[in-house]
Design a binder for this molecule. Structure first.
Ligand code: PGA
Length: 265
């Protein structure tokens, strides 16, 4: 069954991760993005730079175009402020003009041992301050080979059931969804490998059904080695409502090619 409230406009999100390395490169990339960003097609675009670079992206792009800003992380322990060395709160992000935050990315699960307990707190803190959450899920290669994709994903989705009451249907097309799901097979991230279109379709269908059954509205994005060459094919899948793009978002030309591929959905 189709998620009953499939959004009409796709979402393309750039996840810059811990890139670029220098301010000069950030400025160059941001300026290139700015030259394209005044003529955005029918597509919601979100950029997720490091905390350090949120301000420059905001000043260079987000003020002159409909591009949204996302953070890659937020503090789990406190939504506002306090003695949490090295952390950034949901409140501080919203105050900076950030609208979205990534939660549950496989790199955070893997390198920073983020458990469901931590992810739950992060989602609650984000919602408390009105940040929309891009919740990332996906199976490892081992799990993929063992045909455990659905069971792994179901387990990862489970904690969202606690938030079902807090995730309303968007009132208008101008209201960003409170939750977006990014299905990112861990083995596809940064490897140049992707599942087949059939596999992406089947998994998105599974996620869509789970969301419908749990009465949660959320666009479902695909992530993992999306690039300018495969974006058209991936975008052509009915249940793919956008993309979370890592490596290819660090090049303004390829990122805009991806945006255009999804805008034609
Ligand atoms: P990739 O990363 O596009 O470089 O595979 C995607 C992600 O990790 O979000």
């Amino acid at each position: 069954m189709k998620n009953p409230t499939q959004p009409s406009q796709p979402w393309v999100i750039a996840n810059w991760k811990m890139n670029p390395a220098t301010q000069a490169e950030v400025t160059a990339l941001t300026s290139q993005l700015a030259t394209h960003s005044t003529a955005l097609p029918d597509c919601n675009v979100v950029i997720s730079p490091s905390f350090l670079h949120l301000q420059v992206v905001k000043q260079t792009i987000a003020t002159t175009s409909p591009i949204h800003l996302a953070a890659q992380n937020l503090c789990a322990e406190n939504a506002d402020k306090g003695a949490f060395t090295g952390e950034v709160s949901a409140n501080q992000l919203v105050d900076m003009g950030v609208n979205f935050v990534l939660v549950g990315h496989s790199e955070r699960r893997q390198y920073y041992s983020e458990t469901d307990t931590i992810l739950r707190k992060k989602i609650q803190n984000a919602f408390t301050h009105g940040l929309s959450v891009v919740f990332c899920i996906g199976e490892t290669h081992e799990q993929y080979l063992a045909k455990q994709t659905f069971s792994v994903i179901e387990q990862q989705l489970e904690l969202l059931a606690d938030f079902a009451q807090q995730i309303p249907l968007p009132n208008t097309l101008d209201t960003p969804p409170k939750l977006l799901i990014a299905y990112e097979p861990v083995w596809a991230i940064g490897t140049g490998l992707t599942p087949s279109l059939d596999e992406i379709d089947t998994t998105h269908n599974f996620i869509s059904e789970w969301l419908s059954n749990t009465q949660i509205y959320a666009p479902i994005l695909y992530g993992g080695s999306v690039n300018a060459n495969n974006a058209h094919d991936i975008a052509s899948l009915l249940l793919v409502n956008g993309a979370l793009v890592g490596g290819a978002s660090l090049n303004a030309t390829s990122f805009y090619q991806i945006i255009h591929a999804f805008a034609q959905k």
